[in-house]
Each structure stands twice: as C-alpha cells, then as structure tokens.
Design a protein around this ligand. Structure first.
Ligand code: ADP
Ligand code: MG
Length: 255
C-alpha cells in the first residue's frame, strides 16, 4: 500500500500542494488529472522524493517518512524509499550513449549491484515484455518515440519497484505511437502493476485507471473510482474539465 497523508509542498511562498491525502492499493492504477500547473508532477515527485514534501507523511509498504517544515530527512532514508519506485517521464530521458538494453541494465548494475549477466537476462526479459527484444542493441536515437518510451518503461520496472510512476507518458507522442505505449501500460495494469500516472490521455485515465484524482491548484477537487469520476462527476468543475479532455481527444483523433 502507498499512502500520502496531509502532503503540503511549498516552493518559496507558493503553496503548490495543499493538504493532499491519498491511499493507493496494491495492484491498482490511479490517474492524476487536472489542468496544467495544478500540481500533478509535483505530487508524483513527492512520492519518489525527487521533491521533498514541506510537510506530511509518505508511506510505501512498510517504509514511512514524515516531513516537517525545516525538518531534516536522512539521504539514506530518502534513497531507501525512492528505490521502491520507478519513474517514467514525458520525454523518456534515456541515456543517449547507451543502447536500449544497457539503459535497462545500468541501474541494476550500478545501484542494485547485480552481476552483469544477471542484469542482462532481466533486461532482455523486460524488453520482451514491452515488445522490443529485437531492439536490444539499438541506440535510443534510432528508435521511435513510442519505442523509446517502452524502453523507459522497461528501465523503470527493472528493479521491481512497488509502484510505477508515470508523468504524462504519452504526451510527447503522435497518436499512433502513443497507442503502443498505452497498450504496454494496459498490459502492465492487467498483470497487477501498481501505477500512478499524471495524464491527459483518456485511454489511460478512463480505460486503464481504476481510480482517478482531479487536482487543481494543488487541491484534490474530486477523487474516486474512474467509472464514477468519468460517468457521474459530482463537482461542476470536474464535469467541465472532463468535457475539455474529451474535446481534446476528439480533436487529436480527427487530426
Ligand atoms: P502539473 O504537472 O499539474 O502541470 P506541476 O506540479 O508541474 O503541475 O506544477 C505545479 C506548480 O508548481 C506550478 O505553479 C509550477 O510552476 C510550480 N513548480 C513546480 N516545480 C517547481 C519548482 N521546482 N520551483 C518552483 N515552482 C515549481
Ligand atoms: Mg506536469
């Protein structure tokens, strides 16, 4: 189980997350939706502690860290928690001077201290999972955006994290390339991978996610099962936002 309790995040005077609490059950997919600047990326980054919450509690499994304004948290505690997460970014962020398989092996060898043959075996299995075994030795620059993102997903999964965090994983991709990434994420969801993803993509938010959280100006406006949020939103604001998402999606499919 992953739990965020009363998370606040401040950048200077700017309160970017306001008392955000959420519980994420194992094996579920949670979509973070909401307008740009609403705090989705910051919230994801507070789960893996790429951003340190100003206050609140982050729990991943048995590991719990509490944050207080001005308080200090040991780097080793931060690293221990972060290692239980994997992150997929909008712009892939593969190492350009490493092949696809080397990108996946890198963390296993340097962080997890796995022997090279074992890391290679794990990386190959993951490339197979994302349908790219044939591209093991390809350089990222020779891969399409969709293929690069699938390698990035494999890399994030390599150390078997408790949760896969995805920040707009399809936003940088043309619709057909986005589709292959959606398919990989759908398969992972079916296999019970716990995921939290910030997304504007309705295929991810309404078809793949079990739970949806609508975040605006750092506040959780509405949260609940995807079917309820998309089928019968209670808040007027949520209704309007979902209508814009649907319009965007229709425009993309038409173009
Ligand atoms: P979203 O992902 O929903 O678009 P973000 O989490 O990126 O929203 O941003 C939320 C707010 O926090 C924005 O106003 C943004 O400008 C601000 N912000 C994000 N990161 C930083 C940072 N490192 N320093 C200062 N402000 C930031
Ligand atoms: Mg963002």
């Amino acid at each position: 189980m992953i739990e965020l309790k009363n998370i606040e995040k401040r950048f200077g005077d700017h309160l970017v997350l306001k008392d955000v609490s959420v519980t994420i059950a194992e094996g579920t997919v949670t979509a973070l939706i909401g307008p740009s600047g609403g705090g989705k990326s910051t919230l994801l980054r507070c789960i893996n502690l790429l951003e340190i919450p100003t206050s609140g509690t982050v729990r991943i499994g048995d590991d719990v860290l509490q944050f207080h304004p001005g308080g200090k948290v040991a780097t080793s505690d931060i690293q221990r928690l972060r290692r239980q997460t994997g992150m997929v970014f909008q712009n892939f962020q593969l190492f350009p001077h490493r092949t696809a398989i080397e990108n996946i092996m890198e963390g296993l060898i340097t962080v997890q201290k796995w022997p090279v043959p074992k890391a290679r075996e794990r990386a190959l299995a993951l490339l197979e999972k994302v349908g790219l075994a044939a591209k093991a030795d390809a350089w990222p620059s020779t891969l399409s955006g969709g293929q690069q993102q699938r390698v990035a997903i494999a890399r994030a999964l390599a150390p078997s994290p408790k949760v896969l965090l995805c920040d707009e994983p399809t936003s940088a991709l043309d619709p057909e390339l986005a589709e292959e990434v959606v398919e990989v994420l759908a398969q992972l969801a079916k296999e019970g991978t716990t995921m939290v993803m910030a997304t504007h993509d309705l295929r991810l938010a309404s078809n793949i996610a079990n739970e949806v959280m609508f975040l605006e100006a750092g506040v959780v406006v509405e949260a609940g099962p995807a079917s309820a949020i998309f089928g019968n939103p209670r808040r007027e604001r949520t209704k309007r936002f979902i209508a814009t998402l649907r319009q965007e999606q229709a425009a993309t499919s038409a173009g």
